[in-house]
Design a protein around this ligand. Structure first.
Ligand SMILES: O=C(O)CCC(=O)C(=O)O
Ligand SMILES: [Fe+2]
Length: 220
């Protein structure tokens, strides 16, 4: 994963509904509490760490941390600082860059946003990523997740109607360099493609051996 990557429907409609149903018992904090440095000045939202929300951690572990695509793409060593963020009318998160090192000491390589509100439940509230190809404005369906490199500048545009609720979090990858992650992903997909077309022969063994040896070399 070198730029952005979307995993559609990582949560079912029922899972999204069960999370949202629990939220009226939850007290949100001012988002400035967890913003570091420059981000504090531009952050205007509400948030709560996911371990404060009843039943949320087990659900996320099952649905996200165990999702094969999520694992293949991010190669996670740790998933940290996972929180619910809420944006009501007038709230936004101005242009900023996320911290390199999260509280607790994990490096943040990949950021994710998991949308819980459906896009027609609010206006504004786009996640805007500044990429080499220009600005990308992201509004996903409830239950879908976007992964993007933590090092990119990004913002959440002001919400003008309704409520935007998302889960955000950060991943330390076992493979720090996104170019190396891409090589491992490509090698894996080439091997699977070959297996389907040709079947299992010595080429497959050598490709797998190469993947494993690269992982051994790059894993941290
Ligand atoms: O809400 C989002 O989609 C991203 C928020 C964000 O940039 C952050 O919490 O650092
Ligand atoms: Fe951010």
């Amino acid at each position: 994963m070198d730029s952005v990557f979307v995993i559609k429907d990582i949560l079912t409609t029922e899972q999204v509904a069960s999370i949202c149903n629990n939220l009226n018992q939850v007290e949100f904090d001012d988002g400035k509490v967890t913003a570091a440095g420059m981000a504090k000045a531009v952050k205007n939202n509400q948030q709560v760490m996911v371990d404060k929300v009843p039943d949320l951690m087990p659900l996320l572990s099952k649905a996200i941390m165990a999702n094969p695509l999520f694992n293949a793409v991010t190669m996670p060593r740790a998933i940290v600082n996972v929180m619910l963020s809420r944006y009501q009318p007038g709230m936004e998160y101005g242009t900023h860059t996320d911290s390199a090192i999260m509280p607790g000491g994990n490096r943040a390589d990949i950021s994710f946003t998991l949308f819980l509100s459906s896009p027609d439940a609010y206006e504004g509230g786009d996640l805007v990523l500044e990429t080499a190809l220009g600005e990308q404005r992201i509004r996903l369906n409830a239950g879908s997740l976007i992964l993007y490199p933590t090092g990119e500048l990004h913002r959440v545009s002001p919400v003008t109607r309704g409520e935007r609720i998302v889960i955000v979090g950060w991943i330390q990858s076992r493979i720090r360099d996104s170019r190396k992650r891409q090589i491992l992903l490509d090698l894996d997909s080439a091997r699977k493609h070959y297996l389907e077309k040709v079947g299992h022969d010595r080429t497959v063994d050598i490709m797998l051996k190469t993947s494993m040896n690269l992982r051994r070399m790059w894993d941290e």
